[in-house]
Ligand binder design. Sequence first.
Ligand SMILES: Nc1ncnc2c1ncn2[C@@H]1O[C@H](COP(=O)(O)OP(=O)(O)O)[C@@H](O)[C@H]1O
Ligand SMILES: [Mg+2]
Length: 393
Amino acid sequence: MLKGTYCVLDDEQDFLTVAAGEFKKFLPDMKGVFTTDPDEAITLARKDKPVIFIIDIVLGGKKGMEIYQRISAISKKVRVIFITGDENFINNDDIRNQILLEGSIDLMQKPIKWHELAIKVKNNMQLLLYQCNLEDIIAERTQQLIHADRLATVGTMVSSIIHEISSPLTFIKANQEMCKYAVGNAKKVTENKEVLSIFDRLIIPSVDESMKGVERIEELLNSFRRFYKRDDLVSEVDFTELIAEVKNLTYYNIKRSNINFIIEVAKSTPKKITCKKQELIQVITNVVNNAVDAFEEKAVFNGEKELKIVVSGSDSTVNIVVSNNGPEIPQYVMERIFEPFFTTKTAEKGTGLGLAISRQILKFMGGTIYVENKSKKHPTVDFIITIPINYNA
Ligand SMILES: Nc1ncnc2c1ncn2[C@@H]1O[C@H](COP(=O)(O)OP(=O)(O)O)[C@@H](O)[C@H]1O
Ligand SMILES: [Mg+2]
């Protein structure tokens, strides 16, 4: 069934009856409307769906051309083929050209060659549908770009927040050290047991704990800072450090979702690889964060959420498998999962860019990424990443 409708508008009911029979023969798989009422044609245009109008150019009191002008002002998804029994129109080049200049597909003479008209309706409907489809895609992409741009703005804001947090952190750290130093000195000059006990039980442990907290924040900020750096150069990277960095960046997401996070690094894993470190971190972080999101979609098998990174290697490659026991990926998602802007998440959560960019990054490195629903006793979704040890872009 070809989508879209055609509408024949003519003031002669007999003509419409013949038209209905002929179109049924030549265009059996398209929906048609046959009417003598211009208002019905206008109502049809208001639906803003693709319609090809076949309009008699001399329509009783109202001219066919005027009606088409009204229709095309209402909807951009309409086209027209004019028809006429009046030889003055057909033989007058000026009128013919005027009609075509107005954007009509054709001016056909009665008696109508029905087969030819049907072919013109069908061909033009296919073009119209193609155009409507492209317009829909462009509108959707524009929305997605606006969203991606907004996220980029958030990224810029995050980097200034990192900067803002770093400064007070410096004096918080200095004050804590000073506090510890002061308590140390005070302990030397007092023998008051109660005071000493307050120092040892309360003040020193609290300051130590705060210092650990500050160190944790610093570590996190440094990870973010490195992640944001633009000049990601090819260098020799310690793989254990790289995984530790991924852990830093995903730590809070994983902790908040109460996920059992397991990292296994096989003995076969090369200690060092040559790559663009931050880009590789970006890829693994993306895949890990996706797995965290996946747990939120549905109740998970036996309630125990597990996210596992298994790293192994050979002489020439490192293989990273990120698997989670969240819901299986449906076929329609599988088909489009690496497409830019494809997402099943809400606008706040997803851009649909993560995997598309990850695949691109890996391609530059000479690596690959693919996904599998692993059906075993405890099914998992596995993302398999392979990277050459030597960057070969
Ligand atoms: N581990 C996973 N389990 C289930 N679905 C996933 C997983 N990883 C990715 N997906 C699906 O792939 C889509 C695209 O992912 P991605 O490109 O990272 O974009 P985003 O995360 O912004 O949606 C997600 O919206 C989700 O539907
Ligand atoms: Mg993602």
